[in-house]
Design a protein around this ligand. Sequence first.
Ligand SMILES: Nc1ncnc2c1ncn2[C@@H]1O[C@H](COP(=O)(O)OP(=O)(O)OP(=O)(O)O)[C@@H](O)[C@H]1O
Ligand SMILES: [Mg+2]
Length: 318
Amino acid sequence: MKPFDIAIAGEINLDLILYGLPLQMAVERELLASDFRVTLGSSSAIMAHNAATLGARVAFTTVVGSDELGRIALERLQSSGVDTSHTIHHSTLATGVTLLLPHGSDRHILTYPGTIAELTVDDLDFDFLTQARHFHLSSLYLQKGLHAGLPDMLRRLKHAGVTISLDTNDDPDDRWGAPLWDSLPNIDLFLPSESELCRMTGCSDLDAAIAVLARHVPTIVVKRGSSGVRVHSKDKNTDVAPVNVVPVDTIGAGDSFDAGFLCAYLMGRDAVTAARAGNITGALSTQATGGTEAFRNSEQREVFLRAHGFFDLLATTP
Ligand SMILES: Nc1ncnc2c1ncn2[C@@H]1O[C@H](COP(=O)(O)OP(=O)(O)OP(=O)(O)O)[C@@H](O)[C@H]1O
Ligand SMILES: [Mg+2]
């Protein structure tokens, strides 16, 4: 039996969240936030942290700076039980950081990349990655260092019997270029948001966008915020309704969806059942600040998951 369920290669940083600032911000004025939080952020680390709190055995490879922000972020991740033994400490670059300014359902997202784009394929220990059953990649377009050699590395992982999921998240340049299309032939599960999928395919209609991707990937799960998800699997599209919640904020809901979805999928559930599990963990993420806080308090987490039938879905006979 392999020691890990999921291996993740990606970025780690803290999110600094300032609430209550205006959408239009005047320059040369002191603008006061109504609240402030520091949480473990970054798509890859949120996904790793939350999957581990759900019981998955997770291995995480990353590059951090030799600084306090990197140390705090790593400690947060380790507290969930994630294996960070293959962390690389950069000697000169600072750990990245993201400043989030939520404005209701919209938000400003300001990122200093720092070490975020530094991880390269050469940094990855292939034997370590293949100690997991599954490999997950987030933030494709922030992980610029990984682009060279990525399709070949994914092909080798697949050849070694590892299944692979991809959540591109946004492309800050909105170009949706090569690393995506070259990687898709080796992807088993593609987990974009609706906006990302439509922009990467140039289709305004969701079903048309799904049809384009379905030529490359067998299973596509499209995240649609408060509308839940649309699953494309076995040539069929199925809408899966969201959990009815009033969000505190939606930061990291997509990565939290991925965590619940993958936990269920790797326990042998079909894509639609796994999407139901993902909708529950996506909704849980919205119940507290940032992408990881709702998962840190084990009592509140378990109450929410139980109330919405998460464990029943995991127990469903495949
Ligand atoms: N308001 C909401 N009510 C219920 N569920 C929600 C809500 N917002 C998000 N979710 C859940 O979280 C999932 C992911 O949300 P979303 O579509 O915002 O992903 P995303 O854009 O990838 O997010 P991220 O910013 O984390 O990358 C949704 O598919 C849904 O299951
Ligand atoms: Mg996302």
